[in-house]
Design a protein around this ligand. Structure first.
Ligand code: IMP
Ligand code: MG
Length: 184
C-alpha cells in the first residue's frame, strides 16, 4: 500500500528498467572497448550511483578496482552554494591510475567539478566521468561527462538510485516527481 503511494508520487516514467538496461549494455560496451588495454579504477559517488554502478559494472568484463566516495552538496533553494563536503577523511589513492568517476546525474556540475578537482591532486594518469543522466541546460560549472546514459530536460527525477529527501531510491525506474511535492 505504501509502495503504491510512492508510485503515485511519480508524474510519469521517463526510463523503465528495460530501457535503462538496454542503454547500460551500450555504455558498458563503449567503456570496455575504451579501457581494453588499461586497468580501470572506478570511483562511484554515493549514494545516488549505487544502482547504476551495480548494473553497469556487471556488464564490463575487464579487471577493475572499485572505490566509493561519499559527498554532500549543499545548495540554496534554487542556486547552488558552491560547497561540496567530502564525508571521508581520506580520498582513494588514484596516483597513476585511469580513473572513471560514476555518478547518478550531472546537473549544475558542482559535485563532479569538486570530486574531479580533489582526485586530480593525487595525480591520476587520466580521469573520465560517466553519468546515467545529464541536464545540460542547468550546467553552471565547467564539467562535461565522457559517457552519458540519457540527456533529460530540467525536471526533478527520482528512482533507480536518485532521491528526493532520501526517498524513492528503490524505484526500479527513473520518473519525474510530481511538482507539488517539490514545492508543497
Ligand atoms: P550537481 O552538483 O548540481 O551537478 O548535482 C549533482 C547531484 O544533485 C546529484 O548527484 C544528485 O544527488 C542531485 N540531483 C540533481 N538533480 C537531481 C534530480 O533531478 N533528482 C535527484 N537528484 C538530483
Ligand atoms: Mg542526491
Amino acid at each position: 500500500m505504501r509502495y503504491l503511494q510512492m508510485q503515485s508520487d511519480i508524474e510519469r516514467v521517463l526510463f523503465d528498467g528495460p530501457a535503462i538496461h538496454k542503454r547500460l549494455d551500450e555504455m558498458a560496451a563503449q567503456i570496455t572497448a575504451d579501457y581494453s588495454d588499461r586497468e580501470l579504477t572506478v570511483i562511484a559517488i554515493l549514494t545516488g550511483s549505487l544502482m547504476f554502478m551495480s548494473d553497469l559494472l556487471r556488464r564490463i568484463p575487464l579487471p577493475l578496482k572499485l572505490d566509493c566516495l561519499s559527498v554532500v552538496s549543499y545548495r540554496g533553494k534554487t542556486q547552488p552554494s558552491g560547497e561540496v563536503i567530502f564525508k571521508q577523511l581520506a580520498v582513494p589513492d588514484v596516483a597513476d591510475r585511469d580513473v572513471l568517476i560514476l555518478d547518478d546525474i550531472l546537473d549544475t556540475g558542482q559535485t563532479l567539478a569538486a570530486v574531479r578537482e580533489k582526485l586530480d591532486l593525487a595525480k591520476p594518469r587520466s580521469i573520465r566521468i560517466c553519468v546515467l543522466l545529464s541536464k545540460r541546460k542547468r550546467r553552471a560549472w565547467e564539467v562535461d561527462a565522457d559517457y552519458i546514459g540519457f540527456e533529460i530536460d530540467d525536471e526533478f527525477v527520482v528512482g533507480y538510485g536518485l532521491d528526493f529527501m532520501e526517498r524513492y531510491r528503490n524505484l526500479p525506474y527513473v520518473g519525474v516527481l510530481r511538482e507539488e511535492l517539490l514545492n508543497p
